[in-house]
Design a protein. Structure first.
Lengths: 495, 531, 114
């Protein structure tokens, strides 16, 4: 883990992103085979039978263009091509992968990432292209088991420039990318399901120099944690090699997740041996410039922009803004709740911003976590949340009633105001009712009354708690205290 | 002599079936009787010594699908009984080149590597012909993966012979198709044409064949050779049958992204419009062959056979007499590059298309222990592919290797533009020539003897010199019989037209058929049918 | 690759290149076959030598399919609707070796790094 200060790492990531389509990229098999028995979700096309042809899925193109627009790729090409990358691999049934190559869908662009120290890092994107996924290989002692279910799943490959310097930065890049993909609905980006995969190109160099040394390519890094461990392991290995005076060779390495070790793969064909050429089975992919412009202008506000706007407009702390933009439905929920609250409280902006944030981060997120939901799936609408906060703030209900209401409204899907009315949850500040409750408590607890009257004033808090309990938490605490003081002072002395 | 139903044209059969004069089952019975009489032993992988019996039989079929055909025939007959329309090809016996997948049949591509492969789906063109009423009587032999011009490279032996003279080749790669149609073993065959593989065997066997415009007919289910050149197309005994078959096969297909969205005309409706008003171009380059010498690489020129030239010239006169305007002197000066460009493009695409045959998912796998996966690939492919296939793979790999890609492949694709421009200039309605079609010989010679060229990959390719330019350009080409040589071998003429103008080619072909209806050569029958 | 060699017209395929291609193509060849194939490849190479001689203007476009595909004749991209292929078992039944629903191949060992 400790890289000698004399070296720094240079890391570039190639991510493979499964697009959120219903069907595969070149055939109508369903795209998602998670949990299906092997070789069930296959057809002549994706299993590479003789004589079949690919037909491009229009939705895959649309999602890829949305992603390209979101990273501000320029150009998004109005004409791009699919090539064949020829090599033998048992999970590649055609013996070639159909992938964009020399004329990809898009070039350029960048992904801005915020690092934990608060600084920003701009990671340049070299290119973004469409391709098909290969199948899955299960390794056993002397044989391999092949499953074609995943063959033909639509992927976008997004390649970064070597702009990352530590394993931590690489994991942050992936976290931000995952956030963006889900935000846009381009991919579910679940790494466990292989919807977001990553190959890491790693090299080291003397710190402060600009040289690019031979790099190794680590394949099969399929979780955020393994990205970190695999890169750290490889940086350490390269440092050891260099310090021992050996040179680094451009190997392809395989990350074995279970053993946490790197394994050198059989030296595959070099790039020159893939014999790329344009796939004659597919026409060039032509996109209407007006359609591209429409997608660019129709993009939703992206997480970083929204985060910045909230810090600026709502005076929200960066920490809160970060959490609230983690996920699109949560961010939208927050935004809607703030707007609704502003209407109710007839104040503009800043006041409600932090207030709503507190309610979401402290209370609502617990409900989401416990039940494994996203904000979009809550039974309580953002307007309902605004109502609850407004009721608490105007002292119409108590804070603890408000918290209970979150649960009740989510479960029953009823409006909080209706629940308050139906269940009589309004704050009890009527003197008569409070007086009655206080009298009962005093009557039933002569010992505590005696203690109080003997000078132990702190017992008053206990009396308040008892009244609260009697009223189901609706009692106005301040008024209860006054009434109790009054009653305890005037009552007859203990017998 | 009692007429054999299997010798009728497809349109005659369909009409008589629809009038309920004959049944589809009767047509089948006649066809299978013919097959059993003339076809001899089916091609197989067995290594058997040559047998004198081979020399008098056609050996077109690899597999007969009698059960399937009878099922389809009874569907036709019961559709008629219900009063339903059984389709324009009702009851027409169809032989499918074994490069097409037909669900449930062995689909071998003439290769050992697919000898045990049973397709889990059917090609679009087969499905469409069947739904137009055609009856699949079997799968016919071909050059292995269609790589050849003589049908001698099939792994399944004996390979087909020319019904007109069994010591001669039927041509290739759709040799089984053309031979079967010529011998009355099928009325219609579905073939493929990558450099002339429909037109050349059709010409050699005295039948008619059409290479449609690229994109006219879906390639789905056609086991690929050179994907940018391969075209499925029909082989039949006359132009009318080709028109019916093309009408049934053509059009967009959601399974083929290169099947063009061009409406399919009623080809039959315009068939008999005659040639008055049509301009037919003649190119000197179609009679004078320029080709690279196989040993030196120098360009040589040579005229086509005199008999061939005479027959084609007579056809020109016949069409002129029918009212066509003949335009001489159309230059096709880049046609001479068609073979070298073909050597590059087809090999690159073929090498890639053949990558999938690795013994993992289907087909042949090396039997016996192997040290690792890589050696499984090597032994499987070494045993499964024939020599001509290996040659194409290696050549394709060589010319598409990164360091030569620009020099060879990209250059060949640019040369393809030059070849296409020659045709565009000829057909340009505002250009100097404004022709509706070009006419010339289909092949430089009549069918050559078996074993004469086989093994010399360059000389063999020259058999396609006159046909391959149309594949580069994507344009349609029709070959129809235009006489017999002194030795009694069929001669064929070729008509080439602009993109998607198959209808014009059919019109001209039909006019020629009518003009020469009474010619003595038309009464001749192939040798295997004598006695 | 070496730019100079790239522009020259190779007239013969060197043995080393031939063997590399055979390895890439995963073809086990008999000696006779190898000899025949090399000879024919060299003959084809001479035949295509003619191509290099053609002077093309820089703007000569690449023709990938013969016919052009203007917008009007291009088929639409496929709509994103999933369908189940009903004969997946027939595909699996073709496999030379399988175990349950997996297709089986021999291993290709790699090398562990310490």
């Amino acid at each position: 883990m400790t890289l000698k200060a004399v070296h720094e790492a240079v890391i570039g990531l190639e991510t493979h992103i499964q697009l959120a389509t219903e069907s595969k990229i070149f055939c109508p098999c369903k795209a998602d085979s998670w949990g299906d028995p092997p070789n069930t979700n296959i057809c002549p096309v994706c299993s590479g039978q003789p004589g079949v042809l690919p037909v491009l899925n229009g939705k895959a193109v649309e999602l890829a263009v949305i992603l390209a627009a979101a990273i501000r790729a320029d150009p998004i090409q109005t004409e791009s091509y699919f090539a064949r990358k020829n090599y033998f691999y048992p999970d590649l049934p055609k013996g070639y992968q159909i992938s964009q190559y020399d004329e990809p869908l898009a070039r350029g662009g960048a992904l801005e990432i915020s690092l934990p120290d608060g600084s920003m890092r701009r990671v340049r994107i070299v290119k973004l292209h469409l391709e098909e996924d290969a199948g899955k290989t299960v390794r056993e002692a002397r044989r391999r088991l092949i499953d074609f279910n995943r063959c033909g799943v639509p992927l976008v490959e997004m390649v970064t420039a070597p702009d990352l310097r530590t394993a931590d930065e690489a994991t942050h890049y992936l976290l931000r990318l995952r956030q963006l993909l889900r935000w846009l609905g381009v991919s579910e980006a679940d790494m466990e399901k292989g919807q977001l995969r990553c190959d890491a190109n790693v090299s080291i160099r003397p710190a402060g120099t600009e040289t690019l040394n031979p790099k190794t390519e680590i394949k099969n890094v399929n979780s955020i944690d393994s990205v970190r461990s695999a890169i750290e392991t490889e940086i350490e290995r390269q440092s050891r090699e260099v310090e021992a005076g050996r040179s680094i060779e451009a190997w392809t390495l395989d990350w074995d997740e279970e053993a946490s070790t790197l394994r050198k793969m059989r030296s595959k064909e070099t790039e020159a041996d893939y014999r790329y050429f344009r796939d004659p089975d597919l026409l060039s992919l032509r996109l209407d410039p007006a359609w591209i412009a429409e997608i660019r202008s129709g993009l939703p506000e992206l997480p970083l922009a929204r985060r910045a706007r909230w810090i600026e407009e709502l005076g929200l702390p960066a920490y809160d803004a970060g959490i609230l933009t983690e996920e699109r439905t949560l961010a939208d929920y927050y935004e809607a709740a703030v707007t609704a609250y502003a209407v109710r409280s007839s104040t503009r902006g800043s006041g409600g911003g932090k207030l709503i944030s507190n309610w979401i981060i402290n209370d609502l997120q617990r409900i989401l976590r416990e039940r494994g939901l996203t904000a979009g799936q809550l039974g309580l609408s953002p307007e309902g949340l605004a109502d609850i906060v407004h009721l608490v703030e105007t002292r119409a209900i108590t804070g603890s009633t408000g918290k209970d209401l979150l649960e009740k409204a989510h479960t029953s899907r009823r409006r909080p105001i209706e629940i308050v009315e139906a269940e009589g949850l309004g704050r009890v500040s009527d003197d008569g009712a409070l007086r009655e409750a206080a009298r009962l408590v005093i009557e039933n607890h002569p010992d505590q009354v005696a203690t109080y009257r003997n000078g132990k004033a702190t017992v008053l808090g206990w009396f308040v708690g008892q009244v609260m309990r009697q009223t189901g938490g609706k009692a106005d605490a301040q008024r209860t205290r006054q009434i109790l003081e009054e009653l305890l002072a005037e009552g007859p002395p203990p017998s | 002599m009692i007429e054999d139903l299997c010798d009728l044209s497809g349109h005659q059969i369909a009409e008589r079936i629809r009038r309920r004069e004959i049944s589809a089952t009767e047509v089948l019975d006649s066809t299978f009787a013919r097959i059993h009489r003339v076809d001899g032993r089916s091609g197989s992988l067995e290594d058997r010594p040559p047998d004198p019996d081979e020399a008098v039989h056609v050996h077109a079929f690899l597999e007969l699908t009698e059960e399937l055909a009878h099922r389809q025939a009874s569907q036709i007959d019961s559709a008629l009984a219900r009063g339903d329309d059984p389709g324009p090809l009702a009851g027409v016996p169809l032989a499918v080149k074994d490069i097409f997948c037909v669900q449930g049949t062995a689909s071998t591509a003439g290769s050992r590597i697919l000898a045990n492969y049973r397709a889990p789906y059917s090609a679009t063109s087969v499905e469409r012909l069947v739904s137009a009423g055609a009856l699949v009587v079997g799968k016919v032999n071909l050059d292995e993966f269609t790589f050849g011009s003589s049908n001698e490279s099939s792994a399944f032996r004996p390979t087909p012979r020319n019904p007109w003279e069994p010591s001669r080749v039927p041509g290739g790669s759709s040799g089984g198709s053309a031979a079967a149609v010529a011998a009355g073993e099928a009325v219609l065959s579905l073939g493929t044409d990558t450099s002339g593989s429909i037109r050349q065997p059709a010409a050699f066997c005295g039948v008619s064949g059409l290479k449609p415009t690229y994109g006219r007919v879906s390639r789905y289910g056609l086991i690929a050779f050179a994907s940018s050149l391969d075209c499925p197309g029909p082989i039949a005994r006359d132009v009318t049958d080709l028109a019916l078959a093309l009408g049934a096969m053509s059009g967009e297909d959601r399974r083929d992204a290169t099947a063009a969205a061009v409406p399919v005309p009623d080809y039959r409706a315009s068939l008999d419009q005659g040639v008055r008003g049509l301009r037919i171009g003649i190119s000197p380059d179609a009679f004078q062959l320029a080709y690279p010498d196989p040993t030196s690489g120098e360009v040589r020129t040579q005229g086509v056979d005199r008999e061939m030239e005479t027959a084609v010239r007579e056809a020109v006169q016949a069409l002129q007499a029918e009212g066509a305007e003949i335009v001489e002197g159309i230059p096709l000066s880049h046609a001479r590059y068609a073979i070298p460009a073909y050597f590059v493009i087809s090999r690159v695409e073929a090498a890639s298309n053949l990558h999938r045959y690795d013994g993992v998912k289907y087909g042949h796998r090396h039997v016996g222990p192997v040290s690792d996966l890589r050696s499984l690939y090597r032994t499987t492919r070494g045993e499964g592919f024939g020599t001509q296939v290996k040659l194409r793979i290696l050549m394709g790999m060589y010319v598409s290797a990164a360091q030569y890609e620009e020099q060879f492949y990209a250059q060949a694709l640019r040369v393809r533009s030059l070849i296409r421009r020659d045709f565009e200039a000829a057909f340009d309605p505002h250009g100097a020539y404004r022709v509706h079609a070009l006419l010339g010989p289909t092949t430089p010679t009549a069918a050559f003897p078996m074993n004469e060229l086989y093994g010399d990959s360059v000389l063999m390719q020259l058999a396609d010199l006159l046909t391959v330019p149309a594949n580069h350009a994507g344009i349609p080409g029709l070959s129809i019989p235009c006489g017999l040589s002194a030795e009694g071998l069929p001669l064929g003429l070729q008509l080439l037209g602009p993109d998607f103008e198959e209808g014009t080619l059919f019109r001209i072909g039909r006019a020629y058929e009518k003009a020469t209806e009474g010619e003595a050569w038309r009464a001749q029958r192939p040798k295997v049918l004598a006695g | 690759m070496d730019g100079q060699a790239g522009r020259q017209s190779p007239t013969e395929i060197p043995l080393e290149t031939f063997l590399h291609l055979v390895d890439l193509a995963a073809l086990e060849l008999t000696e006779d076959e190898a000899e025949y194939l090399r000879r024919e490849m060299n003959a084809q190479l001479r035949a295509i030598g003619d191509l290099q001689a053609i002077q093309l203007s820089a703007d000569t476009p690449i023709t990938s399919h013969g016919i052009p595909y203007p917008r009007a004749v291009r088929p639409a991209l496929r709509g994103d609707h999933a369908e189940t292929f009903p004969h997946a078992d027939e595909i699996l039944a073709q496999a030379p070796e399988s175990d349950g629903r997996y297709i089986v191949v021999p291993d290709q060992p790699g090398t562990d790094l310490e």
